[in-house]
Design a protein around this ligand. Structure first.
Ligand SMILES: [Zn+2]
Length: 225
């Protein structure tokens, strides 16, 4: 792998860990038959949220409490591992104090690595070793969550009044979609105006606005009832 490529990869991985990022769901993943771009919160925020999460999708038939505890524990260990490793490298490589916030510290480490590498103050092997961790953390966090599920919600957006959305491929879908994944707070969003409803209370309000179109099965799958 060339250095330039690994720099770009590092930027993309650090971005997904620390800032809002976008992905495009395939027609199968989106369960809407079309490609659908989705914005995700920073992965480190998702991980932190999963540590204390008591909501979210669980597999029916299993003990939901046991499954949630396992997810909480996995999230906690991974978060502690990333935090400890990031701070250990910052101590090794710099005299500057590490940022208190983990997302800021991860950005700090990435910036430091780039600067040291650009001025040949770090061995190539050590640089590649540390850079590879960002990608590993990104996939480890992502793998903890179920493949995301997206559902169309029929009805008009309470905010902009629209019912349909024309996506990038020119396909028409309902503008309101519900999004949920294990360990994350479920949310719905309007693809036209960007309005969002997250958490149980707001989703139930949206359900009331939509009437019968927000069905009980959807709410149950989203872990809201
Ligand atoms: Zn809207």
């Amino acid at each position: 792998m060339t250095t330039e490529l690994s720099d770009l990869e590092m930027q993309s991985n650090v971005h997904a860990l620390t800032r809002q990022w976008s992905d495009v769901l395939s027609p199968k993943e989106s369960s809407t038959g079309t490609y659908m771009p989705i914005d995700y919160p920073p992965l480190l925020d998702m991980l932190k949220e999963a540590i204390g999460s008591s909501t979210g999708k669980t597999q029916s038939g299993k003990s939901p409490d046991a499954e949630r505890s396992l997810l909480n524990l996995q999230a906690f260990s991974l978060y502690e591992h990333i935090d400890g490793t990031t701070r250990a490298w910052l101590r090794d490589l710099s005299k500057m104090p590490a940022q208190a916030d983990l997302k800021a510290a991860v950005n700090q480490l990435a910036g430091l690595l780039q600067a040291l590498h650009a001025s040949s103050q770090i061995k190539e092997q050590q640089y590649s070793h540390i850079v590879a961790q960002f990608g590993r953390w990104r996939s480890q966090i992502w793998e903890m969550f179920d493949p995301p599920s997206v559902k169309d919600l029929l009805g008009s957006c309470p905010n902009c009044g629209e019912t349909a959305y024309v996506n990038l491929e020119g396909g028409k879908t309902p503008t309101l979609i519900a999004f949920y994944s294990k360990g994350l707070e479920p949310f719905a969003k309007c693809q036209r105006c960007g309005e969002r409803w997250s958490g149980v209370a707001e989703l139930l309000d949206l359900g009331v606005h939509l009437g019968a179109t927000m069905d009980e099965e959807t709410l149950r799958e989203m872990g809201t009832i």
